[in-house]
Design a protein around this ligand. Structure first.
Ligand SMILES: [Zn+2]
Length: 62
């Protein structure tokens, strides 16, 4: 299913993004990918992906 080449360093991030996408949420958001309500960033030297609630989405929905 994955047709594009994925940098192994970011495989985990892609995984997390895939989870978010499968859990499916709202529509377009200018701040987070696909309006998922989260942004994913990689922190630390072990490159752990961390989900951060999207401020734009969460401000809009609360
Ligand atoms: Zn958002």
């Amino acid at each position: 299913m994955r047709s594009q080449w994925i940098d192994p360093r970011y495989a985990e991030v892609v995984e997390v993004m895939g989870d978010l996408r499968r859990s499916g949420r709202r529509g377009a958001c200018s701040a987070c990918p696909g309006g998922l309500g989260y942004t994913v960033m990689v922190v630390g030297k072990d490159r752990k992906p961390v989900k951060t609630p999207c401020l734009v989405c969460n401000a809009a929905s609360s």
